[in-house]
Design a protein around this ligand. Structure first.
Ligand code: SF4
Length: 163
């Protein structure tokens, strides 16, 4: 199975109560190979809430207790982010998922970039907390920006052969 950020499939799980619907992914969901995941929801965070960013690092630093996840007012959500990432990883193991398609630049799901912690829309290289944990454990990551119809078809066909 393939893990997919739930917001990309239209689930209203974003911090502000919205979604990040990607029609290509929503259409492909009908194939029955996707497992929607939202690490922030799994970690117990409610909606709507303030935005948060990783402070002084990227997801890998949060996993190593070198960085925190906080709102502009300093509300700390690090524990919820770590818990959510663990639950997503457990979900991956349960479903034998080797691939994840995650929302780019999110502090949980970012695959290639995350925001830099200044709440100024500035991005830096690195993964979000959940993406970093999945990558560390050998799960192949793609963001919605990587996805084309051809790549999606290939990933789904490979998944059907393996599972
Ligand atoms: S944690 Fe990931 S799945 Fe959940 S709303 Fe944020 S980007 Fe989407």
């Amino acid at each position: 199975m393939i893990l997919v950020s739930a917001c990309l499939l239209g689930q209203k799980v974003k911090y502000d109560g919205g979604d990040n619907l990607q029609e290509l992914l929503k259409e492909a969901e009908k194939e029955g190979r996707f497992v929607p995941v939202c690490p922030e929801t799994f970690g117990g965070l409610q909606r709507p809430r303030e935005p948060v960013e990783i402070q002084n690092g990227v997801g890998e630093d949060v996993l190593e207790n070198r960085a925190a996840v906080q709102s502009p007012k300093g509300k700390d959500c690090t524990a919820e982010f770590l818990r959510g990432a663990e639950i997503v990883f457990e979900t991956a193991k349960k479903h034998n998922a080797r691939v994840a398609i995650l929302k780019e630049s999110s502090p949980s799901c970012g695959v290639n970039t995350v925001y830099d912690g200044t709440f100024s829309h500035t991005k830096i290289k690195g993964q979000g907390v959940c993406a970093a944990l999945l990558k560390r454990n050998g799960i192949q990551l793609y963001s919605e920006k990587d996805i084309t119809k051809e790549l999606l078809t290939k990933l789904i066909e490979e998944d059907k052969r393996e599972n």
